[in-house]
Design a protein around this ligand. Sequence first.
Ligand code: NAI
Length: 338
Amino acid sequence: FRSVKTLKNSSSHLLRRGYGSEAVPERKVAVLGAAGGIGQPLALLMKLNPLVSNLALYDIANTPGVAADVSHINTRSEVKGYMGDAELGKALEGSDVVIIPAGVPRKPGMTRDDLFNINAGIVKGLCEAIAKYCPNALVNMISNPVNSTVPIASEVFKKAGTYDPKRLFGVTTLDVVRAKTFYAGKAKVPVAGVNVPVVGGHAGITILPLFSQATPKANLPDEEIQALTKRTQDGGTEVVEAKAGKGSATLSMAYAGAIFADACLKGLNGVPDVVECTFVQSNVTELPFFASKVRLGKNGVEEVLGLGALSDYEKEGLEKLKPELLASIEKGIKFANQ
Ligand code: NAI
């Protein structure tokens, strides 16, 4: 721990799990794309997280206003805004966790892969800066297509000589959040106690919720499991269509991003048994990257957990998703090396 402060009388209980008034180390979190649809509510939620001591809000435009606004909230972290390339290094320096929701979102009719041409370049540039200014940070990649942007990041870090597979994460938490919500509705159980692993990737059929492992058990009929699976896979599109050209999921994504970053911070701080589904370098299948349950620890990934027992329907879904996921991974690797 770089230094230790004692947190007493914190006014925020949001996102607070497992911490009392014991010593909490200083942690800097940087949000890249902080003035965007996801970035703003994510900045708010990170400001409410008592594990954060410094919050750096970076974007190519509009960060001074967002940072001034968020900084007035009377919680622990000190907030600073950074705008434009010249300030990126300062935003990143000393970061423990870097969250990346920078880039364009989908419009109706678009797939996540349609975002590749713009977002791949944005992510590449940001990761080059991360390699230079905070090579040891845990990187939480939100920018789509996650199935390609995570491999792009890995290649950029390899070239810079800073790649550590334990520190690079594709954020798939929103798929888990959706699977839990939709399952609780169908199973008629309180959502707070629901758990559903979601594996694979983060686009269409590459999103594979494992409802056979959902708890509490509900014994839903096959048709309902299939409908739940489809709704989880199409959850993002449901929002894109409802927003009718005004972007994709931002509020639920900010929530999901805050949950995942909080898990990373807890892992760094040595909280035991922090497990989240996330898209990481993996040996779980023959694919080089794959989302599954991951135990988080002081160095990032502590253990990539296996898939567990799958139903026949899930086994079929797993085989179906592999070619598409592999193609997206290879597309990212090729882009980064061209
Ligand atoms: P937005 O357009 O509202 O915000 C994006 C922000 O990124 C803007 O403020 C923009 O100025 C900024 N930006 C652009 N280039 C930048 C650069 N080089 N450096 C720093 N900031 C830069 O978009 P929104 O809705 O916030 O979505 C952001 C990304 O998140 C999209 O790629 C979207 O597809 C993805 N997303 C991912 C989800 C997931 O589950 N992983 C869910 C929902 C969206």
